[in-house]
Design a protein around this ligand. Structure first.
Ligand code: HEC
Ligand code: HEC
Length: 351
């Protein structure tokens, strides 16, 4: 009895040890398997691809990977083929061929510099990162610190006529203004205020640590821009001079000093994503650095000036790259124009 009892105990003990061993092995296997899964997922798919995207966005030395931008576009433009409303179609025509109607050779008025809205709002304001109108319908009327007022879409369009087109604007009640507004509302008709799609407006370029360098920009301009925009940035009109084949970048027919593109970040972000001009993202050629430098070269050239003394009634709301004082900080006008912008943003954040 005694013997068999102790034998039984021994057997039981052995069985327990074996069972524990098995449990341990299974546990170790399970944990390592889980670990491998975690490591692989985080490291190789999620983290890696995010890192890659980040580095594409921030790349200073190599041209961008077009895929990462294409993936970021989540906004669907409605199909123009489905539109029969003549007001929307006329608005689109005016955005594409503004010059035919409003330039010195215009059929309706002669008060603009001859540029088309589309020169800056690419593909009639529908191109991702091409300064599109995606967010306009859902966000206007809105308060804008530049005017210190609640602005309607009409007011915003008038601004571009007076600044980017360095001219006058058609009356709010005119057929033309109403058509342009209808078209812009149609472009943004699938966009809601709550969910801002990627690729709207102008791309916010990562800041440089240094000031943008017009000297370097001059070289880039000569290599990559001059062939279309001309040695003196004067642009190239079409044969009957009714609009530009290649629009001017500075000089008397260009946008004035009150225009959005006269802010370096707007010009650099626009150029980075869209120039040298090409229909697809595959055509992108510039690095962030080149975009900042070529923008600096363009914006130190002469252009029409505008009286903007009523802009920015609250000077503390001026954006970091607003090129005219007075400022709420101690930085010079030159630094606000060309950078480095990091320190300016730092100070603004602390206020
Ligand atoms: C020289 C370039 C240029 C031309 C030409 C131009 N614009 Fe603009 N437009 C801009 C810039 C730059 C902005 C500001 C974008 C920003 O700050 O992100 C802007 C902003 C706008 C906005 C507001 C967009 C928003 O999301 O708040 C509207 C609407 C607009 N433009 C309409 C027009 C119309 C209509 C025309 C033609 C009559 C026109 N623009 C011509 C450069 C231009
Ligand atoms: C292949 C010809 C071509 C080249 C090269 C080119 N552009 Fe353009 N650019 C255009 C065209 C065309 C437009 C107007 C697009 C439209 O109306 O649809 C334009 C528009 C612009 C605009 C907005 C309108 C204006 O006149 O202010 C800017 C700014 C600009 N280009 C800057 C540049 C810069 C900087 C470079 C060099 C890095 C460059 N472009 C190279 C063809 C070109």
């Amino acid at each position: 009895m005694y013997h068999s009892n102790s034998n039984e105990n021994d057997n039981r003990r052995a069985a327990i040890i074996v069972a524990r061993g098995i449990v341990q092995v299974v546990l170790v296997l399970f944990i390592s398997f889980a670990l491998i899964l975690v490591v692989r997922r985080v490291n190789f798919s999620t983290l890696f691809s995010q890192e890659r995207k980040e580095s594409d966005l921030r790349s200073m030395s190599s041209p961008p990977n077009p895929d990462s931008f294409v993936k970021k576009i989540s906004w669907l433009v409605p199909d123009i083929e489905d539109v029969s409303d003549p007001q929307i179609l006329y608005g689109r025509e005016l955005v594409i061929h503004t010059s035919k109607y409003f330039s010195p050779k215009g059929t309706l008025e002669t008060f603009s510099n001859g540029m088309n809205c589309q020169n800056c709002h690419l593909e009639a304001g529908t191109k991702a990162f091409g300064n599109n109108y995606a967010m306009v319908a859902s966000t206007y009327p809105k308060f804008r610190p530049r005017s210190g007022q609640i602005e309607s879409i009409e007011k915003r369009v008038r601004d571009c006529f007076q600044r980017s087109l360095n001219g006058k604007a058609p009356a709010d009640s005119s057929k033309e203004m109403q058509a342009i507004v209808s078209y812009i509302k149609w472009v943004g008709s699938e966009v809601t205020k709550e969910k801002k799609p990627d690729g709207t407006g102008i791309y916010d370029l990562p800041l440089l640590e240094r000031a943008a360098n017009p000297e370097k920009g001059k070289t880039i301009f000569a290599q990559k821009c001059v062939s279309c925009h001309g040695t003196n940035g004067e642009g190239v009109p079409n044969a009957d001079k009714t609009e530009y084949t290649y629009p001017p970048l500075w000089g008397k027919n260009s946008f004035n000093t009150g225009a959005g593109l006269f802010r370096l970040s707007r010009l650099a972000g626009y150029v980075r994503m869209n120039m040298p001009y090409g229909p697809t993202f595959e055509a992108m050629q510039l690095t962030d650095e080149e975009a900042w430098d070529v923008a600096a070269f363009i914006n130190i050239q002469s252009r029409p000036s505008m009286n903007i003394k009523n802009d920015w009634p609250d000077i503390s709301k001026k954006p970091f790259d607003h090129p005219f004082g007075p400022y709420a900080d101690e930085f010079s006008e030159l630094q606000h124009k060309l950078g480095p912008f990091g320190p300016i943003k730092e100070v603004a954040k602390k206020k």
